[in-house]
Design a protein around this ligand. Structure first.
Ligand SMILES: NC(=O)C1=CN([C@@H]2O[C@H](COP(=O)(O)OP(=O)(O)OC[C@H]3O[C@@H](n4cnc5c(N)ncnc54)[C@H](OP(=O)(O)O)[C@@H]3O)[C@@H](O)[C@H]2O)C=CC1
Ligand SMILES: O=C(O)C1=N[C@H](C(=O)O)C[C@H](O)C1
Length: 233
């Protein structure tokens, strides 16, 4: 396939390597300083840019009939606007806060665990995410997806950074140089702590997942998720 990479930073460069290793061509690399480009040169676009540019980049793909995979986090206030546009244009779109196989299994485990812990009032949930110091958004998109998975399956109503009220899930976001991405969900009681945790050792799993998602998306119409790509039910 001919792939456009929108955002040629840490992830864009990792995606280029993963795509080439799977036999694809990179026909466009779009960065902040790219002045004009024709997105229709690509069979599919993969956007890992910055929160402020993601919506414009995705809309440009959809308006030009190019399927688009987005991993950029921090723009979800506009998610509905994008899914509406995708449906109007009969386009194809996937967003995932995390494209790695391990985290997508972690998302499923997290929902199951939340369901099991919900009746146990002696346990209080909390979350921690750790990322590199260049990350623009907090909490991470992955942490938000994890919190939503708990909210769907328990009496918790909302998440909050650091200080949380009753019925809110407290999320601690730490920034430490070079950390690719660590997420933990903890249930504390007076007598013990139960914890599930995912630690990315590098960015290869995110990049491979995004390329696999782009292969899966081409030829389809609709709004999809990694659950669809990985057939997780
Ligand atoms: N879903 C997932 O699995 C993962 C998601 N992410 C997310 O992906 C995003 C990118 O992460 P990362 O690669 O580490 O960040 P980087 O900052 O390394 O890369 C982002 C790139 O986008 C460029 N950019 C800025 N404006 C535009 C624009 N208008 N169009 C295209 N590109 C632009 C930036 O250029 P400049 O530096 O010049 O501003 C930079 O090169 C983040 O939102 C991050 O949270 C990261 C890893 C996994
Ligand atoms: O910015 C990052 O680096 C990452 N961002 C994603 C997120 O916000 O969840 C995914 C991964 O944790 C790395």
């Amino acid at each position: 396939m001919d792939i456009a990479i929108l955002g040629y930073g840490r992830m864009g460069k990792e995606i280029e390597k993963a795509a080439i290793s799977r036999g694809h061509n990179i026909v466009l690399k779009v960065d902040k300083d790219t002045i004009e480009y024709d997105i229709t040169e690509a069979d599919v676009a993969i956007d890992f840019s910055v929160p402020a540019s993601a919506v414009g980049n995705i809309a440009n793909c959809l308006n030009n009939g190019v399927p688009v995979v987005s991993g950029t986090t921090g723009w979800l206030a506009d998610y509905e606007k994008i899914t509406t546009l995708c449906k109007q244009r009969k386009g194809a779109f996937i967003y995932a806060s995390n494209f790695s196989l391990g985290v997508n299994i972690f998302f499923e485990l997290n929902k199951k665990l939340a369901e099991m812990m919900a009746p146990l009032e002696q346990y209080k949930v909390s979350m921690e995410e750790i990322h590199h110091t260049n990350k623009l958004d907090a909490p991470s998109g992955t942490a938000i997806t994890l919190a939503e998975g708990i909210i769907e399956n328990s009496a918790y109503k909302q998440w909050a950074l650091e200080v949380a009220k009753a019925n809110e899930i407290p999320i601690v976001a730490k920034r430490i140089p070079e950390v690719p991405g660590t997420h933990a969900v903890m249930y504390h009681s007076e007598v013990d702590t139960l914890e599930i945790k995912h630690t990315a050792h590098n960015r290869k799993g995110f990049a491979l997942g995004a390329v696999v998602a782009s292969e899966w998306l081409v030829g389809k119409t609709g709004v999809f998720s990694m659950r669809d790509v990985l057939n997780l039910g």
